[in-house]
Design a protein around this ligand. Structure first.
Ligand code: NAD
Length: 492
């Protein structure tokens, strides 16, 4: 059998230089999805060289920003036109419900639309130099070659947040999606190719992080590395990038508080607590994994949460009765289970879940929605990101205590506040040290609003104007209209 040509380097689909392949299986039932190329570091280096040439010698960075914007708008149209194909590919790789993948594809198209429109508005800035004979202006230039590394939970969405601004700014890129979920990245490259993106501007490499991902952070010809994934990988990438002083953007994990005050709309808070914790089986960086409930409503709230969590229907991606799906792999499910068991050993009370999916679900990697009550600061399940369908419950009696518990984490990605007191909502939002705060909601994000974390949740921001600025260098051009002798070093 000839090796599949699933990587896109210098304008062509190519196989791994080693001929190695990887089989992708659907986490919902272990069924075979496809065989793809398993790249090597030499493939990554070839892709970096192509991106370097395309940046240094090619026409791309001189293409007017409005034309680059038009390309991104066309990408958005193509993704919408091929939504069924994209969504199915995402679902087969991740096991997530088809309906969720369809929502993701719409979000992805919206992201390309946003950066497509933003690109054309970028005209730089005139600065008042305080001298009428000086013209001083700031221009925003592309950084160069960008290494873009993505995770498996929202495979195309997370890389769209990188690819769209990278192209809008005039960069070239080498994309490495998670080895577990390569297919939508391949479809994206197909779209870019069909829209005549010049050769070498966009490149795709596939394979294990330590092999094909590592050169993207360590190579001197890469100018920026943008990574979304786990904390430990993020630290390795940051350390590796330091050797060549490249720009680094990190979108890491979260341990996100969801604070419920007694005066909240009870039903809305409960519904959103379920959604916050269990959507996509908790494999969401901003999952509301720490429920922090005011003592006076705690018992009622947690009893209802447990009753509802027990009813959540697990199932495969095409089961229209299913409400959430499997975890990405057996290894990940085992890791989540270990966190739950450690939490119980440390004194948390298991109210529901804590077990693998049974019966028909045994061929996939399902884990039951799990509520751990009586959680306390310092427990590993409260400190570390489990990245599964597990929510811990803590309680408070005062606003100050709620804020203190909400900030009792070294992560700082997102958090929710539920109250019908508008002033209290704003006060608490202002004091929480997290990159996104929802008041009376959980999970929505906007392409025009910055996304990113405080503390261990990362460095930099994606989306919004800052998400474009991450991919730009600001250059100051200072022109003296009346050149004159300064006299600083006079002629003696
Ligand atoms: P991961 O860190 O295991 O892998 C992420 C990517 O890094 C993969 O493509 C992997 O192959 C690659 N990689 C691994 N080692 C590498 C190395 N040495 N050099 C370069 N690349 C390497 O993360 P994951 O399990 O795929 O994703 C889950 C994590 O992502 C969770 O922690 C989650 O919170 C985080 N996440 C964060 C956000 C956010 O916006 N902050 C969004 C989604 C996911």
């Amino acid at each position: 059998m000839t090796a599949p040509a699933s990587m896109f380097i210098d304008g062509r689909w190519v196989p791994s230089s080693s001929g190695n392949t990887r089989d992708i299986h659907c986490p919902a039932d272990g069924s075979f999805v496809a065989t793809v190329s398993e790249g090597t570091s030499a493939d990554a280096e070839a892709a970096i060289a192509a991106a370097r040439r395309a940046f240094d010698d090619g026409p791309w960075r001189a293409v007017p920003t409005s034309q680059r914007g038009d390309l991104l708008l066309a990408v958005a149209r193509e993704i919408r036109a091929r939504k069924a194909e994209f969504a199915r590919a995402e679902t087969l790789d991740t096991g997530k419900r088809l309906v969720e993948s369809e929502i993701d594809m719409e979000d992805i198209a919206n992201c390309f639309d946003y950066f497509g429109k933003l690109a054309g508005q970028d005209a730089g800035r005139i600065v008042d130099a305080g001298d009428p004979n000086v013209v001083s202006r700031i221009v925003y230039e592309p950084i160069g070659v960008c290494g873009l590394i993505g995770p498996w939970n929202y495979p195309l969405l997370q890389v769209a947040w990188k690819v769209a601004p990278a192209l809008a700014a005039g960069n070239t890129f080498v994309l490495k999606p998670s080895e577990l979920s390569p297919h939508t990245a391949m479809l994206l490259m197909d779209v870019l190719h069909s829209l005549d993106l010049p050769a070498g501007v966009g490149n795709l490499v596939l394979g294990a992080g330590a092999e094909v991902g590592a050169p993207l952070s360590g190579h001197p010809d890469v100018d920026l590395v943008s990574f979304t994934g786990g904390l430990e990988t993020g630290k390795v990438i940051a350390a590796s990038a330091a050797g060549t002083v490249k720009k680094v953007a990190l979108e890491l994990g979260g341990k996100n508080p969801n604070i419920i005050f007694a005066d909240a709309d009870f039903d809305a808070a409960l519904d959103n607590a379920l959604n916050g914790a269990f959507v996509h089986s908790g494999q969401v960086c901003s999952a509301g994994a720490r429920l922090i409930v005011e003592e006076s409503i705690r018992d009622r709230f947690v009893d209802e949460l447990v009753r509802r969590a027990k009813k959540i229907r697990l199932g495969g991606p095409f089961d229209t009765d299913a409400e959430t799906g499997p975890l990405i792999s057996a290894a990940h499910r085992d890791k989540v289970h270990k966190y739950v068991q450690d939490g119980i050993a440390e004194g948390a009370v298991l109210r529901c879940g804590g077990a693998f999916g049974a019966g028909d679900l045994e061929s996939g990697y399902y884990y039951e929605p799990t509520v751990l009550d009586n959680a306390r600061s310092g427990m590993s399940i409260v400190v570390e990101e489990a990245f599964g369908p597990v929510v811990t419950v803590e309680s408070f009696t005062t606003e100050d205590e709620a804020v203190a518990i909400g900030n009792d984490t070294r992560y700082g990605l997102a958090g929710g506040v539920w109250t019908q007191d508008a002033g209290k909502g704003q006060r608490v939002a202002g004091r929480l040290r997290h990159g996104t705060i929802w008041i009376n909601d959980f999970h929505p994000y906007l392409p025009q609003a910055e996304w990113g974390g405080f503390g261990l949740s990362g460095v930099g921001r994606e989306l919004g104007p800052t998400g474009l600025a991450e991919y730009q260098e600001a250059k100051h051009i200072y022109q003296n209209l009346t050149p004159a002798v300064t006299g600083w070093f006079p002629e003696h």
